[in-house]
Design a protein. Structure first.
Length: 180
């Protein structure tokens, strides 16, 4: 677990210019706390100890203001910056090297038990503050979602989606080229 926490702290140092030291990043980041709680809760969830998993996730929510359902699948190097009000639903899948800002919802629309109801976020995605990504849709690798956007349809890889409802502004054939 210490290796995992150190890895999360190093990721913050790399991506967040406000972080001044590894110790500061680890001690003060609500995102790290939420992800550590999620890792523990997810293990219980996978062992079908769902009540214990939900209790752990609710404790994390009270402490951090970040709600990650224990059933959600989280990749490596997720950065939840600031974090207050982030909600990640049960069937959400978050890839590697994703950055999520405060107030983001990866929420479900309809569906029944056992169905995929939440979004899939592929690797290297950036999701702006207040964005709502709803339903069993996919945000493609390297995509960006603008602040306060409401995304209801798939976003292709390396595209930028903005607005409510979100529209694809420019899709680049090359990573890191975004024009709005």
């Amino acid at each position: 677990m210490l290796k995992y926490i150190k890895s999360l702290g190093k990721n913050i140092l790399k991506k967040d210019p406000a972080a001044k030291s590894l110790l500061e990043a680890i001690i003060t980041s609500p995102g790290i706390k939420a992800l550590v709680y999620h890792k523990i809760a997810h293990k219980f969830y996978k062992k079908d100890r769902t009540l214990l998993a939900r209790l752990i996730s609710q404790r994390a929510r009270r402490i951090t203001g970040i709600e990650v359902h224990p059933g959600a699948t989280i990749g490596d190097n997720l950065l939840i910056d600031h974090g207050m009000g982030v909600v990640i639903g049960e069937t959400a899948e978050v890839g590697n090297n994703v950055t999520i800002f405060h107030g983001v919802t990866l929420g479900g629309i309809g569906g029944g038990k056992g169905e995929k109801r939440h979004p899939t976020i592929e690797d290297d995605v950036l999701i702006g503050a207040g964005a709502k990504i709803l339903g069993p849709i996919t945000i493609g690798k390297g995509a960006k979602v603008g602040a306060n956007s409401v995304v209801l349809e798939d976003v292709p890889a390396y595209a930028t989606a903005v607005g409510a409802p979100a529209k694809i502004k420019v899709k680049s054939s090359k990573a890191n080229l975004y024009v709005i």
